[in-house]
Design a protein around this ligand. Structure first.
Ligand code: C2E
Ligand code: MG
Ligand code: MG
Ligand code: MG
Length: 292
């Protein structure tokens, strides 16, 4: 019986695996063309100062407008881009576009926003990364303090000792460094060198259990306490409910991002939101922002 089952299993799965590999192959071929065909674009998710309800920053998030499959999210193509060796070029495209967007918002007379961007491990760990960033910032006379580079905790662990040097070099340029998905890397905090870190971004997986899950409450409170004693800023990800907002505000978290306030938006929507404060999503609908 086992043998029959095995054979059936074999027959059942093989075409599936082929289909999957084929799909990836095709997607990879498309991905190689995507930059040249100008199919990437960025959306921006506001980050709210919890105390005031003000939008103080945005995070740039990559989207791929695929010619036949429509909008694809990073989880559907970043790992593939990494395995095909395309990620450095993509991250560099993002950097350039973030830089241009900061300049356009500045020309439109928006209040200066901090703009965060994500980089993959192989980009962050590349020997020329700091020079690339330096050049990108200097070319446009971009205030370095408006830029925040996000690197995941697991990428830091994977990269090892060079990360610390890179973080310090960015820090010396005045560019902010955030540890993204903080708490998910299973790292001992003692191992992480934190002196050049400006923000922890507390991962959504901990925020989602607030305020009911005792475990998440304890972990989040511990992360906030460490951040506070080290003078590191805190940004909670994936805030979806008023109860999560209230908990984080009371626990002393600095900023929050999440669908409660705003989804990732087009640059033009960010502009409208900040130039007409009453149109701010969340603020008006959810009345989180006390009138000033
Ligand atoms: P991340 O940096 O942790 O970004 C947060 C993700 O959570 C985003 O997904 C965002 O849309 C989503 N999110 C925000 N608020 C909520 C919420 O309230 N509820 C829920 N359920 N989700 C929320 P997204 O845009 O799909 O990005 C996924 C990841 O892809 C990012 O995680 C980041 O690591 C990576 N990524 C995004 N853009 C780039 C890029 O330009 N370069 C590289 N290398 N990676 C990128
Ligand atoms: Mg991020
Ligand atoms: Mg994150
Ligand atoms: Mg996350």
């Amino acid at each position: 019986a086992a043998k029959t089952e095995e054979r059936n299993t074999f027959r059942f799965y093989t075409p599936m695996m082929h289909a999957d590999a084929r799909k990836r192959l095709l997607l990879g071929a498309d991905l190689r063309q995507a930059l040249a065909r100008d199919e990437f674009y960025l959306v921006y998710q506001p980050s709210i100062e919890l105390r005031s309800g003000r939008v103080v920053a945005v995070e740039a998030l990559l989207r791929w407008r695929h010619p036949t499959r429509g909008e694809l999210l990073p989880d559907e193509f970043i790992p593939l881009a990494e395995s095909l060796g395309l990620i450095r070029r993509i991250d560099s495209w993002t950097m350039q576009n973030v830089r241009e967007q900061i300049r356009r918002w500045d020309l439109a007379r928006l209040p200066p926003l901090r703009v965060a961007m994500n980089v993959s491990a192989s980009t962050f760990g590349h020997p020329s990364f700091v020079d690339d960033v330096k050049q990108a910032v200097q070319t446009n006379g971009l205030p370095a303090k408006q830029l925040l580079i996000e690197i995941t905790e697991s990428a830091i662990l994977r990269l090892g000792e060079d990360t610390e040097r890179t973080m310090h070099a960015l820090h010396a340029l005045g560019i902010g460094v955030a540890i993204d998905d903080f708490g998910t890397g299973y790292s001992s905090l003692a191992y992480l060198k934190l002196s050049a870190v400006d923000y922890f971004k507390i991962d959504r997986s901990f925020v989602s259990g607030l305020p009911g899950e005792g475990n998440d409450v304890a972990i989040v409170e511990a992360m906030l306490a460490i951040a506070k004693s080290l003078g590191i800023g805190t940004i909670a990800e994936g805030i979806e409910t008023k109860a999560q907002h209230d908990f984080l505000l009371r626990a002393g978290c600095g900023e929050g991002q999440g669908y409660l306030y705003a989804r990732p938006l087009a640059a033009s929507e960010i502009e409208r939101m900040l130039l007409t404060p009453n149109a701010r999503p969340g603020a008006t609908r959810l009345r989180l922002v006390p009138p000033e």
